[in-house]
Every structure is written in C-alpha cells, then in structure tokens.
Design a protein around this ligand. Structure first.
Ligand code: GLA
Length: 722
C-alpha cells in the first residue's frame, strides 16, 4: 500500500493489492482522474499526455473544456455541463462553484465521518485533497483511504462553509469516477419483497442509467452497489470496477455516458428531495463509498468485498467468530404462542444441537397480530406469565442462548406510546397518516424520540438477558417531514433520519457489546454496508424457499459474505412459494449463510429430527469454512436450471461444495462439476464417501455428480485435505 505524490508529473499515485488509482493536478488547479485499474509501477510520460491538453500552464476556465475532462470532483454549471458530484446553492440563488486545489495531506489511518459508520482498521493511509471555491469560501476535502490488505479504495467528501453567508447543499455524492470509454456492462441488484437483490446486467448507452431509491432505506427493491464490467469480464476473468456505499438510506448510483462515449460513475446520498443548510463554519460529511477493482472478474470483486467486510466493516466479538445455530419461532408459531409452546420448541431445539432460541414478533404489548403495540416494549404477561426475564431464564437453563426480535423505529397507532405521543411519528399536519402493515414510523430526527427508543429497547434487552437481537424495520417512509424541522430544512429529513438511526443503533449495540445483532427489514430491505458496521448478520429475505434462495444468495454474494447472510431451513410447503423441496436441499442452501431454522421442530418426524441433528453437527464442524472461507459461485441459478457454489478455507485444507437442481431433466447423463480455489498439488478426501481426488483434477476435470432424479434435489461434498 502506498500513496505517493510525483511532483514531476503532478500525480498522486495510490496503490494497494494489485490496484492503482492515479490523480493528476491540472495546472495545479483541478484534480483530474487519470487512471484506475491494475497496478502500474510508475506513470510514464505517454500516460500523462493523455490529459496534457488539460494541463498546460495557461490553463483557464474560459479556454478549457471542463465539460470533457475526467474529474475527481465535478460540479455542474461551471464549465462542466454533465451531472456533477456536488451542487451548492448560494444565498444569492446562484449555484456556481469553482473548486480549485489548495493543498494535500497524506495521513496514517482513516478519518472520522461525523456520525456515519465507516470502515476501520490498522495499516491504512489516507490522502486528503483540499479544494476551495474562493469567492464563496466553500471548502471541499476529498478523502481517499487505502488498506494494506485490500484492493478497495474508500472515498468520502467533507464540505465546509468557510464563507460568511449560509449556503445550501443540493447534491453531495460520495465519489465520481470518469472512465475512458463506455464499453462496459453495468451490474446492479434489484428486486422486491421475497425477491431481493436479483442480478441485472445491461450494456451502457449514451445518457443516464443506474440504480437508486427514494424510499428512505437501501430497500428490497435496490442495493447501494453497482459494477462496470469490461466486455470480456466473466465470473473469473476480466476487469470489474465496483462501487458500494456505506449507507442505509435513499441513494443514487448513476452512470452517465457523455458525448465522447466516456462513462461517469457516481454513488452517494440520493439528491432527490435532499438539501442541507450549511451555515458559516458548518461541515457536511458524505457516507463512505468503496471502490473495488478486480482483474479476476466478479469472483475477484467478491473476494475483495468479503475480506473487506470481515476485516474492516464488521466490528465486535462476532466478526470472524463462530455464530450460534439458531431457531426462530416466527414461521413456527407466528403470533400464536405462549411460554409453554416456546419452551416445547426450545427443548426440541436443544435436543437436536441448536445453540440459540430466538423469540420473534408478538411478545410485547397486546400484539396478537401485526395491527398493534409497536412502541410498547413491555412484556405481554398473557403469553409470557414469567415475563421475558422468566422465559429467558428457562431458555438459558435448557442450555440455549436467548434472542429477541424488536422493531425499534416503529409505532402502532394502537399503542400506549402513540396515545401518549401522537406527534412522534412521521406525518404531515392535517393529512391522513398513511399506515403500512398498520404501523407508522417514529421520527428519528428528534432527540427525545431517539432517547425514548434507546431507553425502552435497552430495558427490554436487559430484562430479557439477551444474547442476540433481530432488529427489524418493516415499512418505508411516507409523508416525509418532521415537526422538529423548520420548513426550509425539511429536505434534510431523509438523511437526518438515517443519522438518527445510526445514533440509536450505535447506542444500543455499544450498550450490549457481547450481544450478536442481526439487521432485518421486512426480509432483506436494509442489507447494506452501513448496517453491517453495527450488525454482522443481516436477514437476507423472508423467502426461505431453497430454490428462490439460490437466486437471492447468488447475487447477494457479489458484495456480501456468507457470514452476513441470515439463511434458515423452513417448513414445506414453503410459506412464500408453496414449493416442496427436500430437507437436505433446504439445509444445503442455508449453509450458504448464517445457518438456522424457522419451523416447528415438533411437527417433524423422528427421522427428520435425526437428520437435523446430523446437519447441525456438520454445520458446527465446518462453520469456519462455510462462513469465512473463500466463496466461489460455480453455476449461476439465473440460467434457471441449476446452481452451485463452494467455500474453501483460507488455508485450502477444507472445502464445502453445494450443487442444487431446479427441475429434473429426463434422460440426463451423469454430470461433472468443476471446482475452484483448491490447492492443485493436494489431495482431498470426500468425508462422506471416503473417495480421494486431486485438487488439480477437481478443478480441471470436475467432481462427478450423482443427484437424485427429482426436482429441487441437491448434493453436497465436504472435502478435507489428505
Ligand atoms: C418481518 C421479518 C420476519 C418477521 C416478521 C415479524 O417480516 O422479515 O422475519 O420477523 O417481520 O413481524
């Protein structure tokens, strides 16, 4: 890892783990984007002359086509007429901003981001480029952080008003990369409830494209990530340039292809319905964006993201640690439970080797359905006569850990909290309060609301002596606005909500440092790197159907490692699709994430329970490889016929391979599955059959499949080095 300034060519050269990123100063005035890609040792004159028309000494705004320059911090309307990264409205109503280079600094370590989550870790270095608009006093710091162990570059922007008049930020994205050319395919992740993060590939065309949301959450429909793939890029080969945002709210990821067919890629806070008043002396921080370059296709990108999440995003004792195998009572009981029913489930769970019992929705207020009690985080003694505390004691006595579901950001109109504070929800005066799932959203921009949430949630977690928390969020925001904000600052609402969310999440998680937190949002509706800074697990989707999960987990794994993906075995017929799949297939797919169950164990046969006991022993023994090994997508389920993936332990001594059929084909001849990531010089034993294969053979010839001739069947191989 190094950050160097070469005065002879006026270039900053940032490099780490096979990646170089080069910025050139145009006549000491504008930082231009010179290069991002595979690492280069030095910058030759030929490379620099590409931008020489922009860097002559007589540089002047009037003569030089900023509109065609690749820039690090483009601003609309001051020479460049493309969409820019920043847009600032001055008190006069005009929006010109001529950001001129002032100074640079190379620091050891990362730098703070004003209340926002961010990547952490030793062995990092940061370049800060300071630019300023002399006439208004607006100062912009562009930060670039590199880590010794990663080809990922973190970018962030701090905007400070050093002038004497207030200004309004109307657009404050986290980064911009101007690519040479536009011969790329764009990968984004999109979907819906129960169909989260399905992959979308499309060619770039002139004009604007990308992905974004205005829902106030990263959402089930979108994901704050995009990648540009070179034309020849595949799963294993070719150049991939990805951007992912450390943010959980509305975002924009856009690619604008200009008149010269050059692509401008940007990511950051959604500018629609956003503005931020910046008084003299005030600063604004954008979320961090992570730029990942891979010359080994999508798998190289994923490996870089996964390692980065493990070492620099996840925090606390569960980062890189074993995770408890859990049972969640939601699909087993929904709201219809009492203490005895829960304990019956817990007893069976213990017998089959489960570690953690999670009590889901319905334990508080008088919540017998989803139409009441959110906000009333006190125990429903009708269902739990000994309270949370008594239930937790009994669960702990059984030798299980105890976990609890909460939805802290919400309020039901039928709740004591609502009756006491009807103005605490997000609403517009004199308009109907639009409910979703019979609930409203609390106004997290208000300090008193946040304090009340933290107090009541911490009270419940302490009372329940919990070891695990499922933090849910089941609706998006309508009637955007806050009674606590003056009209001219109302467009700050969405971002202030997210800052409020990070405030309560960081207060609650730091009050319970030994507790494992799993983020959830009506399934996987806030599956992003922002939440991952506080919660190492994330419920991937309410859709637990074994085949549907292959699609969801395949494309979720582009960015997020298995250790983040909550994956459970549920009942059949599946509650979301009605599909019947074998237990072995449901378990095999759930082993692609943090493993658990979401069904009534007491309705299973003795034979099924015995299989579950064996499965749990397997997961316990192989968990380190399953969660933290190198993940390879072998066969894409998007061809709709079959899926396969594998994880290989870091030392390449163990590997777990999973193959899954969709519809059985008649008259199939035996198939081979080529593996990846093994040691070619080592021999591996299949622990179930005792057969021994060479690592080279498995990767070049393949492992023979013998999947039963039926729909949704699967086969797993647990390989260990001989
Ligand atoms: C959401 C979650 C589910 C479950 C329910 C409870 O839909 O995604 O897993 O917790 O809420 O209401």
């Amino acid at each position: 890892m190094s950050i160097l300034f070469d005065a002879s060519c006026q270039c900053f050269h940032l490099s780490s783990q096979g990646m170089s990123y080069i910025i050139q100063m145009a006549a000491g005035r504008y930082p231009l984007h010179l290069y991002w890609g595979a690492s280069v040792r030095h910058i030759s004159d030929d490379l620099v002359t590409r931008l020489s028309i922009y860097t002559h000494d007589n540089f002047s705004l009037h003569e030089t086509p900023l509109d065609r320059m690749p820039q690090e911090a483009p601003v609309f309307g001051c020479g460049d007429l493309r969409e820019g990264m920043l847009h600032v409205r001055h008190a006069s109503g005009t929006a010109a901003l001529d950001l001129v280079f002032q100074k640079y600094e190379i620091r050891t370590g990362t730098c703070p981001k004003g209340g926002l989550p961010r990547a952490h870790g030793e062995n990092s270095e940061t370049l800060v480029l300071t630019l300023a608009d002399v006439s208004s006093g607006i100062e912009v710091e562009l930060t670039y952080t590199l880590w010794e162990d990663s080809p990922i570059l973190a970018r962030h922007v701090r905007i400070t008003n050093n002038g004497t008049a207030p200004v309004t930020l109307e657009r404050a994205l986290s980064c911009c990369v101007d690519f040479e050319g536009s011969d790329y395919r764009l990968l984004t992740l999109s979907g819906a409830w129960a169909r989260e993060r399905h992959e979308d590939f499309r060619p770039l065309v002139q004009g604007n494209q990308g992905t974004s949301t205005v829902r106030g959450a990263s959402s089930v429909q979108t994901s704050p990530f995009m990648a540009l793939l070179s034309p020849d890029a595949t799963e294993e080969n070719g150049d991939v340039y990805a951007m992912a945002l450390c943010y959980s709210g509305s975002f924009l990821a856009s690619v604008d292809v200009d008149q010269d067919h050059n692509a401008r890629a940007m990511i950051g806070i959604q500018p629609f319905d956003f503005s931020w008043a910046l008084a003299p002396g005030a600063s604004f921080d954008t979320p961090e964006a992570y730029l990942c370059y891979s010359h080994t296709g999508l798998s190289g990108m994923s490996h870089a993201f996964h390692t980065f999440v493990h070492h620099h995003i996840n925090q606390g004792p569960f980062a890189l640690a074993p995770r408890p195998l859990l049972i969640n009572n939601w699909e087993a009981t929904y709201f219809q439970f009492n203490e005895e029913k829960l304990l019956d489930l817990a007893r069976t769970a213990k017998k089959v080797g489960i570690d953690l019992f999670v009590l889901d929705d319905g334990w508080f207020g008088h919540r017998d359905s989803d139409n009441s009690s959110l906000g009333d985080w006190y125990d429903d003694l009708r269902k739990l006569p000994h309270g949370l505390s008594g239930l937790s004691d009994r669960i702990h006595e059984l030798g299980l850990l105890f976990g609890l579901w909460v939805e802290p950001e919400m309020i039901s109109p039928d709740s004591d909290l609502y009756r006491a504070h009807p103005d605490w929800c997000i609403h517009a005066e004199d308009r109907m309060r639009i409910e979703c799932r019979h609930q409203l959203v609390l106004d997290l921009t208000r300090q008193e609301v946040r304090d009340a949430i933290v107090a009541s949630i911490c009270g419940a977690l302490a009372r329940g002596k919990v070891d695990y928390v499922k933090w849910d969020m089941n609706r998006n925001i309508n009637m955007v606005g806050s009674a606590a904000l003056p009209p001219e600052r109302m467009k700050e609402f969405h971002h202030r909500y997210i800052l409020g969310l990070y405030d309560i999440v960081s207060r609650v998680t730091s009050a319970f440092p030994k507790v494992l937190f799993e983020s959830c949002a009506g399934g996987g509706g806030r599956f992003d790197l922002g939440m991952a800074c506080y919660m190492p697990q994330n419920w991937t989707s309410d859709d637990t159907d074994a085949w549907e999960r292959c699609l969801i987990q395949h494309s979720t794994s582009y960015v997020f490692p298995p250790s983040m993906m909550g994956a459970h075995v549920s009942a059949v017929p599946n509650h979301q699709t009605g599909r019947i799949t074998p237990l072995a297939s449901r378990a095999a797919v759930a082993m692609g994430g943090t493993y658990g169950y979401e069904l009534d164990l007491n309705r299973l046969t003795a034979e099924e329970l015995s299989s579950i006991r064996s499965l749990n022993e397997r997961v316990h023994a192989w968990q380190n490889t399953l969660l933290y090994g190198t993940y390879h997508r072998l066969l894409s389920p998007y061809a709709r016929t079959r899926a396969a993936f594998m994880t290989v332990s870091e030392d390449r001594k163990q590997a777990v391979v999973t193959f899954m059929n969709a519809l059985a084909e008649p008259n199939q001849k035996p198939k081979l599955l080529k593996l990846r990531g093994l040691d070619p010089d080592a021999d591996y034993r299949d622990v179930d059959t005792g057969k021994v294969y060479g690592g080279d053979e498995l990767m070049s010839y393949g492992i023979p499949l013998s999947v039963p001739q039926a729909d949704f069947t699967s086969q797993q191989f647990f390989l260990t080095i001989c």
